[in-house]
Design a protein around this ligand. Sequence first.
Ligand code: ASP
Length: 331
Amino acid sequence: MYFKKKITALVLLALILIVPGCAAGKDNNNQGDRPEFVLVIHGGAGTLSRDRISAEQEREYHAALDQALSAGEKILKNGGTSLQAVAAAIVLMEESPLFNAGKGAVFTNRKTVELDASVMDGRTLDAGAIAGVKDIRNPILGAIAVMENSPHVMLAGSGASEFAREQGLEIVDNSWFHTRHRLDAVTRQIEQEKNGTVGAVALDKEGNLAAGTSTGGMSNKKFGRIGDSPVIGAGTYANNMTCAVSATGHGEFFIRRVVSYDISALMEYKGLTLEEASHKVIHEKLPETGGTGGVVAVDRLGNVAMPFNTTGMYRGYVKSTGERYTAIFGE
Ligand code: ASP
């Protein structure tokens, strides 16, 4: 009897010590290991390879990604929120002509620029989005204003612009977004030039997650086409219980596969790790229907995943531990 009790106690002790480690799989599923903060960004996925990008361009992209990381890192280091860090990183990339968001966004078939953006707060599950806007200088700030200062989740077109103006956001002429290389791309229908949607996900010191995405959509788009980037659950999702995700790729497929929410749901309902869930969606489910692209994601424990099924994705992350990384092509 005594031995039985002792063995039961030992088994219980072993379970307590071992099981959390097993459940974690590759991840550091231990609150104590959680880095204080993490920021992960992307600048679009697509057919990126060394023979298409010059060494000079490669350097420029790395520098731009690094700047965006630094902007968000500074906020997180000083105890700012994940939402503020996501906004800061995305604003910098919207201002850079290198990316397909804000200045430097792709053209529609009518040679205008129409922008989409969204944001989600993993703590409250609040979300905001704008779609098909032609004049909000920083669309991500428009999305945040919708989330914070309106009873709605998504505003589109001229109504979104009117709201942004009322909110005191900067309104610009559509020509402000125009760049020569995007105009050439739509005129000559250069495939590679459609890349460059931007996104960011972050975990802050309080343990709160946030995600945001901003884009000009697909080059040569018609009829007011809206992609996945402003669609919560498809292009952007954040939930403190699971993870924060920002997507990039062929939006029609990402909407139909509800990519960002699917990653979160696989974690919530099936207990998959972030690595397993994001890999399954990007490398198994999305390709089943021909979808191309990738995501950046961070979970509540600070694990990072950046899977893509294209040849490259502009991406990077920074952690409070000092870890810092930027990359463009596949490993
Ligand atoms: N997902 C964006 C869209 O379909 C484009 C991209 O990420 O390259 O609008």
